[in-house]
Ligand binder design. Structure first.
Ligand code: ATP
Ligand code: MG
Length: 199
């Protein structure tokens, strides 16, 4: 009899900062797809954001650890933070496939905005071979499934959370609260490290 494969979700992001939209999306997909765990993977240098300044990888990594610490099914990986150069999803998937081995199924979770750009990504055929892709709805973005291969991509509606990292940074910059938009420990970490104060 074939052993049941473990099902691992992968949630990549800049997480500058991580917020409850990310966490709700991961939790909802984990439930719908019966995932055993979700690995959050903060980017190193995100190639799509090379114009805008991004917080230090170590700060984004630590906020992700703080935000996910209480959930036994949530993990954080350093593969992208520790790799030199811009982060490409295909490299993330290759590294995590090498880490977990062949005996797991990988599910890459991504927002509707990012999924739309999927065909502009590097090595899409290899990406689809490495993982099943799950596009989640996100307020303000319509899901378009045009040109996406059916068997490689699923679309999922998650409870709408109109939260973005951009908005959280803008709030901190003008002294508005981010309580309840991000986990409590992340509010405190942002204040301690004085992140986003001069955006
Ligand atoms: P920024 O505003 O800086 O672009 P962001 O809020 O989009 O930040 P990212 O780190 O870029 O956060 O997002 C990581 C992943 O999470 C992306 O696939 C993105 O589409 C998804 N995502 C972000 N916010 C939400 C949300 N509120 N609901 C569902 N998915 C989200
Ligand atoms: Mg984004």
């Amino acid at each position: 009899m074939e052993p049941v494969k473990r099902r691992i979700g992968i949630m990549g992001g800049t997480f500058d900062p991580i917020h409850h939209g990310h966490l709700v999306a991961a939790s909802e997909v984990a439930d719908r797809f019966a995932l055993d765990e979700v690995v959050f993977v903060p980017t190193g240098k995100p190639w799509q954001k090379s114009g805008a300044p991004v917080s230090a990888a170590e700060d984004r990594y630590l906020m992700t650890v703080i935000a996910t610490a209480s959930n036994p099914r949530f993990q954080v990986s350093r593969v992208d933070v520790d790799r030199q150069g811009p982060t490409y999803t295909v490299d993330t998937l290759r590294d995590l496939r090498a880490h977990f081995g062949a005996e797991v199924d990988l599910f890459f979770i991504t927002g509707a905005d990012a999924l739309d750009k999927i065909l502009s990504w590097k090595d899409t055929a290899e990406m689809f071979a490495l993982a099943h892709f799950i596009g989640v709805t996100r307020p303000g973005y319509e899901l378009s499934d045009a040109h996406l291969p059916d068997d490689a991509v699923s679309l999922v509606e998650v409870p709408a959370m109109a939260i973005s990292s951009t908005d959280c940074r803008a709030r901190v910059a003008v002294g508005k609260p981010v309580w309840y938009l991000v986990p409590d420990g992340v509010v405190q970490y942002i204040a301690k490290r004085r992140l986003y104060e001069w955006e």
